[in-house]
Design a protein around this ligand. Sequence first.
Ligand SMILES: Nc1ncnc2c1ncn2[C@@H]1O[C@H](COP(=O)(O)OP(=O)(O)OP(=O)(O)O)[C@@H](O)[C@H]1O
Length: 363
Amino acid sequence: MISARFSGRQGDFTLDAAFDVPGQGVTALFGPSGCGKTTVLRCMAGLTRLPGGHLVVNGVTWQEGRQITPPHRRAVGYVFQEASLFTHLSVRENLVYGLRRARGPLRISEAEVTQLLGIDPLLRRPTATLSGGERQRVAIGRALLSQPELLLMDEPLSALDRISRDEILPYLERLHASLQMPVILVSHDLSEVERLADTLVLMEAGRVRAAGPIAAMQADPNLPLIHRPDLAAVIEGVVIALDPAYGLSTLQVPGGRIVVPGNLGPIGARRRLRVPATDVSLGRHAPTDTTILNALPAVILGAEAAEGYQITVRLALGASGEGASLLARVSRKSFDLLGFQPGEQVVARLKAMALSAPAQTGG
Ligand SMILES: Nc1ncnc2c1ncn2[C@@H]1O[C@H](COP(=O)(O)OP(=O)(O)OP(=O)(O)O)[C@@H](O)[C@H]1O
């Protein structure tokens, strides 16, 4: 468990942010520019010292009011927006520097780090010859090799162009799948958060508006996320079948099975799907003559008005609504014509080709 609370002033800015999140997995600090995400991250590293609050990371207290452990005495890895590598050292020497800074037991080896982040082919290169994405991978590797109990990442992809970002995301997903240590990720890019985070801390004007599992936060009618035009549900599942003849994979998710294009194997691998609300339609019966592969029983939990004469319908998969949360954005007219009501059982149709399942190579 990570229990954090920081309060105090930085110039004209007042921070009073508190959250309790799991001591493993990726937690994203998400919110508009200037809401205090970086300040919270710096407080967690001990780089900014605010006199109010506390920080306890998996049983170790790093701050209790004015008693603040200095940054060099915390086992924290910090990855900045722009990779700050030592330019006079090679890639390998940068990694070794991280290893030398290690405090406490060895949790991750150099071989594991280079393999996970695909750094092997770069080891002998001077850092000046690396692309932005490669530099950031090395910076993450160096932070990991310092054997932190907590990895802090401040917008690690924001300085990269779209191509480099797409190239580095699968590595981060791989880290996510295999790392034990907790990660706090600052981001203002929701699609990035949806791919990487388990827990979301939603910040507004120096405060925490809400914190919780990402799927629950996306579907919370009291939070602003539900009104976003790019609203989506994050659903995790396990690969249970592969159909190479048609290029399809089947995932068992809580409350149903979803067929996804591509080979997401091996069987048994955990995968995460992002299902855009605009790619889900609703009906009363399973369709017969249709090209849609996924028609899943679900229960309507509620409905909210959305922009442009649309309705956002909150659903739970499964005949009795016992499964994962799903969101559908449909026209107000069709919703009214069909007379859907909360508690009603429906069939949610998902456009298979619209499902995005990030390619992960980890298990
Ligand atoms: N040392 C400081 N002195 C005065 N004001 C500061 C200081 N550091 C941060 N601030 C102010 O605190 C507020 C929060 O900044 P912070 O960088 O934490 O926001 P953020 O959510 O990370 O924003 P962004 O997404 O733009 O990086 C801003 O208004 C910023 O100008």
